[in-house]
Design a protein around this ligand. Structure first.
Ligand SMILES: *Cc1c(COP(=O)(O)O)cnc(C)c1O
Length: 325
């Protein structure tokens, strides 16, 4: 970051940002890329570059973009969401997608876009294989619709499935990847798509106040992330499995080991355990300096990454043993 060549990215003149955008686009098999401040901005620019007021997006009810981004595409773009239930991996039923497409009739919003996510955060970071994307692509093609893929954790999915990420991204018109989740860069995401769509997204990024000047200082870390952090994601997945196996041996906890396929581990307290997850989370933090997320009354989410390896996994297991007894 300290030696990155810089320029004014609002004029397209930051060589480091340009290099990051080209590199990401090449990795995902797309024509062009756009460096954005966050995953949220990636989804917003991706969706709004392809859908506008009165258009409808078909999406899983528990996607990050619908559920956890302040309703951004509705708030800022007037785009309506039609939410469908998802299965244990985060897939919508294909017939339900087809049935959700509106006829061309003034009563209805225009069905413009299908918004997908991989890996699927709400389903324990489940990796979804390319077959689903190929199937959704044929539905989109039949109805002249586009596909946006929230790939904030796409590399985790690709590593877990042992496929080139292009095998999945090829079915989407726009794809975002996040540099600051498992890939560990401090800031940023990249949206990729055709030159035309990315030009439109660049305009929207400007409107959102996301045009950053000497952004190469951030993009430099993004290039390091792409070069050196994807190859080690398997370690995070391995550590997550080790953690899950340790948790399965703790009597007051329940975990479905089949759900642990990337770096996220969802687990819960057994029903008759008297204390709440929040209570345990604060004890883990105050007594052992271990941070775990709670989700609802009885459930937890733990995530492994570059800074949480084998010894931290062991530390969490030891601390949980003590906190639960
Ligand atoms: C984190 C995340 C986002 C949002 O990224 P931010 O950088 O926090 O805005 C979007 N989608 C998924 C699947 C994520 O995990």
């Amino acid at each position: 970051m300290s030696i990155a060549a810089l320029g004014d990215d609002v004029y397209g003149e930051d060589p480091t940002v340009n290099a990051l955008e080209e590199k990401t686009a090449a990795m995902l098999g797309k024509e062009a890329g756009l460096f954005v401040a966050s995953g949220t901005m990636g989804n917003l620019t991706g969706i709004l570059s392809q859908a506008t007021r009165g258009d409808e997006v078909i999406t899983g009810v528990d996607t990050h973009a619908f559920r956890a981004e302040g309703g951004g595409y509705a708030v800022l773009g007037g785009v309506v969401a039609k939410m469908l239930q998802t299965d244990y991996l985060g897939r919508m039923n294909l017939e339900a997608i087809e049935a959700a497409v509106n006829p061309n009739d003034p009563h209805y919003a225009r069905s413009r876009l299908i918004a997908l996510e991989n890996s699927y955060g709400a389903k324990a970071g489940a990796p979804i294989d390319e077959t689903y994307f190929a199937n959704v692509r044929s539905i989109a093609n039949r109805h002249g619709m586009s596909i946006h893929l929230d790939g904030a954790r796409l590399f985790n999915a690709a590593v877990s499935l042992a496929v080139d990420p292009k095998k999945i991204s090829r079915y989407a018109d726009t794809v975002t990847i996040c540099l600051s989740k498992g890939l560990c860069a401090p800031v940023g995401s990249v949206l990729c798509g055709t030159v035309d769509t990315i030009n439109e997204a660049r305009r929207i990024r400007k409107v959102l106040g996301g045009g950053m000047r000497q952004a190469g200082i951030l993009a430099a870390a993004g290039i390091v992330a792409l070069d050196s952090m994807i190859g080690r994601l398997e370690e995070d997945h391995f550590n997550a499995r080790q953690l899950a196996q340790g948790l399965a041996e703790i009597t007051d906890l329940e975990i479905d080991l089949s759900t642990v396929n990337t770096n996220m581990v969802f687990f819960k307290l057994i029903d008759r355990y008297p204390r709440s997850a929040d209570d345990i989370v604060s004890e883990l933090s105050s007594r052992f300096n271990v941070l775990v997320g709670s989700r609802g009354k009885k459930s937890f989410r733990a995530v492994t990454h570059y800074w949480v390896g084998e010894s931290e996994v062991a530390m969490l297991l030891r601390s949980l043993h003590k906190a639960l007894n």
